[in-house]
Design a protein around this ligand. Structure first.
Ligand SMILES: C[S@@+](CC[C@H](N)C(=O)[O-])C[C@H]1O[C@@H](n2cnc3c(N)ncnc32)[C@H](O)[C@@H]1O
Length: 288
């Protein structure tokens, strides 16, 4: 009975995650260039850590609207192949559009749950940027990835750090709480900072059967030209802020946006732009 209840809870979480990212996709994609301005180097770092070479066949787990798939596809060249998988079909569709516009024919995209990769592969390497922590059972993702990798192949993944070191992610929930009095999510619930503790991502990879696991942290600096631009990013692209705004009156929305702008203004730099320097944890392991 408990196992059945757990199955239902898992299926519900997966459904919510799929619905949330499917409806967020158009808003998220509008901010592709801003996001890549700070996250682009992470795609290169994941490719380096997973030892990708020309001609490789690579899996990207939770590829969203196309990264790191597109970066990796350019590295493996036309002799190689990249498969980006994501739970949300609209995200996958945006990824296909980016690949087509960039003329990157060696990248393919598929709507798929990261915990079930049966029938795919084998791959020479795998990467994942900002996705594993959103899956109800991150270890199931690591296990699934390992099962489709060739022996000796590497998996490199990154997640956001913990609350106090990640204002980029912590800002939206704190504004939502202040504006609407909503309770914060449980720390172990699927969410951006859930694997932020040093060592948490490594533990997931080890539990999934990877060996030779290493982890380090890097800082990235998301930036907005103004507080108003930042507030637009969060209200259009952040799942947390968008959900909190559903069904609100125009007046409530205005108050919320003003609250966001105030919170962002606290991060104004000397040149007037808003900077939210944040920590990212990156781990890699080898499939045996
Ligand atoms: C924050 S976005 C990151 C997308 C992209 N990798 C990037 O860095 O821009 C997280 C993505 O993970 C996907 N995701 C969440 N749960 C998933 C699951 N169980 N299987 C596959 N993808 C999942 C979401 O649909 C979303 O597109």
């Amino acid at each position: 009975m408990t196992a059945e209840r757990d199955e239902v809870a898992l299926a519900d979480m997966l459904r919510l995650q799929r619905e949330s990212w499917s409806s967020a996709a158009p808003g998220w994609d509008q901010w592709f260039a801003s996001f890549e301005a700070f996250a682009g180097p992470l795609s290169l770092e994941l490719a380096r850590l997973s030892a990708i070479e020309t001609g490789d066949s690579v899996l990207d787990v939770g590829c969203g609207n196309g990264e790191p798939s597109l970066t990796v596809a350019r590295m493996v060249g036309v002799a190689g192949h990249v498969l980006g998988i994501d739970l949300a079909e609209p995200m996958v569709e945006f990824a296909r559009q980016h690949a087509a516009r960039a003329g990157v024919g060696q990248a393919e995209f598929l709507a798929r749950d990261a915990t079930d990769l049966s029938g795919l592969g084998p791959f020479d390497a795998a990467v994942s940027r900002f996705a594993i922590m959103l899956v109800p059972e991150p270890v199931a993702v690591a296990r699934a990835v390992r099962s489709v990798l060739r022996p000796g192949a590497r998996f490199a993944a990154c997640v956001w750090g913990e609350g106090s070191e990640v204002p980029f992610c912590a800002l939206a929930p704190s504004v939502v709480q202040r504006a609407f009095g909503l309770e914060p999510a449980a720390p172990d619930a699927p969410g951006p900072m859930r694997l932020g503790r040093p060592g948490a991502l490594s533990e997931v990879l080890r539990a999934g059967g990877f060996s030779d696991v290493t982890e380090h942290a890097v800082r990235v600096e998301p930036r907005f030209a103004s507080a108003a631009e930042g507030a637009r990013f969060y209200t259009e692209g952040s799942g947390c802020a968008r959900r909190a705004l559903e069904g609100r009156t125009a007046q409530e929305r205005e108050r919320f946006v003003a609250e966001f702008e105030r919170a962002l203004a606290a991060h104004r730099t000397a040149d007037g732009s808003i900077a939210l320097p944040s920590t990212v944890r990156i781990a890699r392991g080898t499939a045996s």
